[in-house]
Ligand binder design. Structure first.
Ligand SMILES: Cc1cc2nc3c(=O)[nH]c(=O)nc-3n(C[C@H](O)[C@H](O)[C@H](O)COP(=O)(O)O)c2cc1C
Ligand SMILES: [Fe+2]
Ligand SMILES: [Fe+2]
Length: 404
């Protein structure tokens, strides 16, 4: 059974968290050995309860069991849907049928996406900036489109100064802690948050910056940021907001380089590893991701690591007159989710007609990279001297780390 937590965020706001360690590939794509949490929130206004979001469908009956222990179904006045993705709404039909009088509040698009799963008369669309008063509480709904679907929005709980943000400011991982100040390994968490942001929201990262600017313009400076995944931020909400801003605006870390390669029979691997060694001797902090017949790194980690690197080196064989398929797939994802005006170099290996490196270089250029070196050669029988010469040329083109 999955771990669940019911914790107090403020006097009247509770987190209802479930720890999902069964999902190994989030969205069927992203490797998450660290797991993920789904966080719903329950506000007791004194004149009825408001539930914000929910859990994935496999945990729906578990969420209902918890709600049954906390309130009568007639006391649930509203269910606020910040985002319709099923990791937060899988439980909605069950909870909505339990609390038959609760109105469902959300962006007008949310109802469209709901596709009849809940009766139309239950739904009340909210406008951007609309306020709702209940009991001693005033809530403000703030549209935050494309974080990470078109209908996404935040709720600001005035008074308590809590901003409920669903996907925004979330992270992968199942931290033992509920709050940032209890987290023992903030470096790890900030890494999983980056990995989450890049893989899930990466395509729409410009909207993260827009949402942050919008909050500033509205004068919303939350004391607590409560996302739909991972830690709740009460000690230092600016930390996660600034982290999200830096990654979303494509800020690159000086001196950071990532070498990615694929190799079937070793010639590309030999070259890539020589290049990685030389880059690190030149002062770069290098991480290496190699796809071979004996290892396959996590695509999610590879993307996360590339997202803030100032230099990207890709080495690949030509495969059936095309770039090696895994590399083409990865570069497609880099362009969609992690492109930046970073420097890139591409090394190709072929036996009778090389096209892979040029094609990859052109993909990278089209999505904003500055390609500083393309070396495509027949390498299957390359001597050590030839490898060293190629790496020397690469290093000359790439230069030292920016800050060095
Ligand atoms: C299935 C397969 C398809 C290949 N297709 C091409 C090709 O279209 N053009 C080419 O020049 N070499 C092709 N090659 C040869 C490799 O690109 C070349 O041997 C390269 O050096 C292999 O790099 P590696 O030693 O890192 O695996 C192919 C090799 C394999 C196994
Ligand atoms: Fe989402
Ligand atoms: Fe989500």
């Amino acid at each position: 059974m999955a771990g669940t937590t019911v914790g107090r965020i403020t006097d009247n706001l509770a987190i209802l968290r479930v720890d999902d360690s069964s999902t190994h590939y989030f969205e069927g794509l992203w490797e998450i050995p660290e797991g993920i949490t789904y966080n719903a929130y329950l506000l007791d206004t004194g004149e009825g309860f408001i539930l914000f979001d929910g859990w994935k469908r496999v945990y729906a009956s578990e969420l209902l069991r918890i709600l049954e222990g906390l309130l009568d179904p007639g006391d649930l006045k509203y269910i606020v849907v910040h985002h319709m993705e099923p990791d937060h709404t899988g439980s909605l039909p069950l909870v909505a049928s339990w609390a038959r009088d609760a109105k469902i509040l959300g962006h007008p698009m949310a109802f469209k996406i709901m596709g009849g799963r809940v009766a139309a008369e239950r739904f009340r669309p909210v406008r951007d900036g609309e306020e709702l008063a209940l009991g001693g509480y005033k809530l403000k709904f703030i549209y935050a489109p494309w974080i990470h679907w078109p209908e996404t929005m935040f709720t600001y709980v005035e008074g308590d100064s809590v901003l409920l943000t669903c996907d925004a400011f979330g992270g992968y991982g199942i931290p033992r802690a509920v709050f940032d100040d209890e987290c023992r390994d903030m470096d790890w968490y900030l890494y999983t948050a980056k990995k989450y942001l890049v893989t899930v929201v990466g395509r729409y990262r410009g909207f993260v910056v827009k949402a942050l600017d919008k909050l500033s313009k509205l004068g919303v400076e939350p004391s607590i940021v409560a996302p739909g995944h991972g830690l709740v931020w009460r000690k230092d909400p600016r930390l996660i907001m600034d982290h999200y801003r830096r990654i979303s605006s494509g800020e690159l870390v000086e001196g950071k380089a990532v070498v990615v390669y694929a190799s079937m029979y070793g010639s590309t691997e030999r070259l890539a590893l020589h290049a990685a060694k030389a880059l690190s001797q030149a002062g770069y902090r290098v991480s290496v991701y190699g796809f071979t017949d004996s290892k396959r790194p996590s695509i999610a980690d590879t993307l996360a690591d590339i997202a803030d690197s100032e230099l990207l080196v890709i080495a690949l064989p030509t495969y059936e007159a095309d770039p090696y398929p895994l590399i083409e797939y990865l570069v497609g994802l880099i362009c969609e989710k992690a492109s930046a005006p970073r420097r890139a170099a591409v090394l190709g290996s072929y036996s009778w007609g090389g096209v892979g490196a040029k094609a990859i270089a052109s993909m990278l250029e089209k999505c904003g990279h500055k390609v500083v070196y393309v070396g495509e050669r027949q390498r299957i029988h390359a001597t050590l001297r030839e490898v060293e010469e190629e790496v020397e040329s690469l290093l000359k083109a790439v230069g030292s780390p920016r800050g060095a």
